[in-house]
Structures are given as structure tokens and as C-alpha cells.
Design a protein around this ligand. Structure first.
Ligand code: 13P
Ligand code: SF4
Length: 368
């Protein structure tokens, strides 16, 4: 039962003390968030993984790419644990190392590899945090960088200082929305179609490309529509519409503001009492904010509940399981002798880890 699970998780955490730190993404359900020592957006969680170097283990309540990132940034010997290894991200799966490498080779054929008179290379690869460690490694190896939804604009600036154009993957929407806000015209943002050879990818379009977009998207955020925004404005005159930049461009354009999960959280925290917000992001975060700020009216733009189904795979039952294994024995029965065990550890192989860490460190060093 839920009460029993709660007792087990609390007992295990109490026994483990500082040996373990539990990190939780904003999209985790409340039943999980309540046990997190730190809750944040993907950028803040990466920073947290880097700074909690005293703990033996980091239990990451989030999705696989976030746990990989935590492994890359955590101290040597620290174990990063993903309570349910099936918690992936469908967007991250939309770009794999083979198709990105193939694209890269074709771009090299088209643009060559020589820097221009200002020393800018033909293409800088930029990967969204929501990608496998292999793709972060690819970026590290090819002079590229990682971004999150909270720093995408400054990372693109970093990239344009070093390259004539950017290959951005996997999220077309974050790439398009960010580059558009920086003044890049849509005609200069062709989308790469990995199923077509270069010819199908209109070399004319690629000739004066500034940002080459990948075809990935988030199935949660692509559900939001301009109609929903119009309806929210009719139903709630004066409503502030804030959406995540993973939403399609027309939705971001129709909103009042857009930003990462941390941006959304802070905007609501800073608003005068009695404000109303229509939010375009994952439902668990929106519902938690609505409960946390009863002085405001806060609702999700999508009237049909839209959770991130993979974030949802982290269940308190899995959390109890991995924590009790770390304790060894039964947390509720300190006498039971079972050796301490690390379950569901996420590790990144050394060959990928080195360049992936380089791409992440470039991001952490770029101005926020
Ligand atoms: P944030 O970087 O805003 O936390 O977003 C992560 C994510 O997966 C959004 O879908
Ligand atoms: Fe991936 Fe979308 Fe879920 Fe974020 S909300 S983890 S991008 S599927």
C-alpha cells in the first residue's frame, strides 16, 4: 500500500542519511517529488549531480538521459541509479549516433571542413540535453556543445561565434523557436530528413542554412495548440500564457512567454496574488504549481491530461526497491542481513564519457 511504501522509503532514507541523494525532475509525480532532496529542471539537476560529490549514490528520479548526464558529471566512484531503467525519452530516441554521423558526413561533403576567414568552422553540432550520451560525445568530438531549454540561446550564440552554421538535434522545436527569437529567418533553418539522401535535403536550402534542424519532437509538448491558447484567453481574460520551448513554433508565438520548467516555476512564484496562468507543459508540474499557489489560477492549456509517460515510470515502489537494496537488508528491519547492493546503475562507457563530458563542460562554462 501507499502508506507502507512511504514508511519503507522514509526508513531507507533515514538509514542511508548522507550516503544517498535523491534528485527529482519537475515532471515527477508528487508521490515521488516528496522524497527528493533537490527538485529542478534538467540544467539544475545536472549542476546538482556535479555538486553532491559526497554521496555514495545519486538516485535520479527522472529519465535515462538525465541519469547518464548525472553519471558524466558526478564524482568518480559515485553510483547514479535510475529507479526504473525503462524511463526513457521518446524525443531523445529520435536521434541516434548512426544517423547523426551519416548526416554529418554529408554536410562535410557539402560544406567542406575548412574554417572561413574569421576562423569559423563550417558546422558546429549542438545537442539538446535530451539525447543519449553518445550524441553528447559526438558533439564533444566535433567542437560542439550541449544545451538545455534554459540556456539554448546563449549556447547558440557560443556556437555562432565558432561556426558558420549549427546542426541542432534532436528537438526541431527548441532549435527553431530559439533561433527564430535570435533573428534567424525560417528560410535559413532547413530540416534534415535522415531518410533522404542529400539530394532530398535540398542543397539549395542547405546552401545558406544557419541552423539545420533535426526532425525530433516531444510527444507531450506537440499536443499544445494555438486554439487552446485562444480558448484560454476567452475563458480567462488577462491570463498569462507560458509554454515550454519544446512546443511547436505557432504555439510559442501565440503565447505571452516561453521558458524551461524552472522559468515557468519562477514566473509563477514572482507574480502578484490573483494572477492567472495557462501553462503549456507537462501536467504533473502544472498541477503541483496550482496546489502550491492557491492565490493564483493556474491551469494546463491542454484540457486532456497529458503526462510524460516515461517520467511516470518512476514509481515509489521502484524508489523503495533501489533504496532498500542500498541499505542492505530490510530498511524496516535493521537486523536482516543482506549485503548493500547498487541496482539499476546507469553508467556511460569511458570512450563516450570523455568527449561527452567535454561538451557538457562547454555548456556549463558558457554564459547562462
Ligand atoms: P527542462 O530543461 O525545462 O527541465 O525540460 C526537460 C524536458 O524533458 C522537457 O520536456
Ligand atoms: Fe522527453 Fe517530452 Fe518526456 Fe521531456 S516531456 S522527457 S522531452 S518525452
Amino acid at each position: 500500500s501507499a502508506r507502507e511504501l512511504d514508511a519503507r522509503i522514509r526508513a531507507a532514507k533515514a538509514t542511508l542519511g548522507d550516503r544517498v541523494v535523491v534528485l527529482g525532475h519537475f515532471y515527477q509525480r508528487d508521490e515521488v517529488v516528496q522524497y527528493a532532496d533537490f527538485v529542478g529542471d534538467s540544467f539544475q539537476l545536472a549542476q546538482a549531480a556535479r555538486s553532491k560529490s559526497d554521496a555514495e549514490a545519486i538516485v535520479f528520479c527522472g529519465v535515462h538521459f538525465m541519469a547518464e548526464t548525472a553519471d558524466l558529471l558526478s564524482a568518480p566512484g559515485q553510483a547514479v541509479i535510475l529507479p526504473n531503467l525503462a524511463a526513457g525519452c521518446s524525443m531523445a530516441d529520435m536521434a541516434d549516433i548512426d544517423s547523426v554521423t551519416e548526416c554529418w558526413e554529408q554536410l562535410e561533403e557539402l560544406y567542406g571542413t575548412e574554417p572561413d576567414a574569421d576562423g569559423r568552422v563550417p558546422v558546429i553540432p549542438v545537442t539538446y540535453m535530451n539525447s543519449s550520451a553518445a550524441l553528447k560525445g559526438f558533439c564533444g568530438e566535433h567542437g560542439g556543445i550541449v544545451c538545455t531549454s534554459s540556456n539554448a540561446a546563449s549556447v547558440l550564440e557560443w556556437a555562432f561565434e565558432r561556426g558558420q552554421r549549427v546542426l541542432f538535434f534532436p528537438d526541431q522545436h527548441l532549435g527553431r523557436n530559439t533561433a527564430k527569437a535570435m533573428g534567424v529567418p525560417l528560410e535559413q533553418m532547413p530540416m534534415w530528413n535522415p531518410r533522404k539522401p542529400l539530394g532530398g535535403n535540398t542543397p539549395e536550402g542547405l546552401d545558406d542554412a544557419r541552423v539545420i534542424l533535426w526532425h525530433g519532437f516531444c510527444s507531450v509538448h506537440k499536443r499544445f495548440t494555438v486554439d487552446q491558447i485562444e480558448q484560454a484567453r476567452i475563458d480567462h481574460p488577462g491570463v498569462r500564457v507560458i509554454v515550454h520551448p519544446e512546443c511547436p513554433m505557432p504555439v510559442v508565438d501565440a503565447a505571452d512567454e516561453y521558458g524551461s520548467t524552472d522559468y515557468i516555476t519562477k514566473a509563477i512564484a514572482a507574480a502578484p496574488a490573483g494572477s492567472s496562468f495557462a501553462i503549456g507543459t507537462e501536467i504533473n508540474l502544472v498541477q503541483r504549481l496550482a496546489a502550491q499557489y492557491p492565490q493564483h489560477t493556474i491551469f494546463c492549456l491542454d484540457p486532456v491530461v497529458c503526462p510524460c509517460s516515461t517520467m511516470y515510470r518512476i514509481h515509489p515502489g521502484y524508489l523503495a526497491w533501489v533504496l532498500e537494496a542500498l541499505v542492505g537488508g530490510d530498511a524496516l528491519d535493521a537486523g536482516a542481513d543482506r549485503p548493500s547492493e547498487v541496482l539499476n546503475r546507469v553508467t556511460v562507457g569511458a570512450d563516450v564519457a570523455e568527449p561527452a563530458r567535454l561538451a557538457l563542460e562547454r555548456m556549463l562554462a558558457a554564459k547562462p
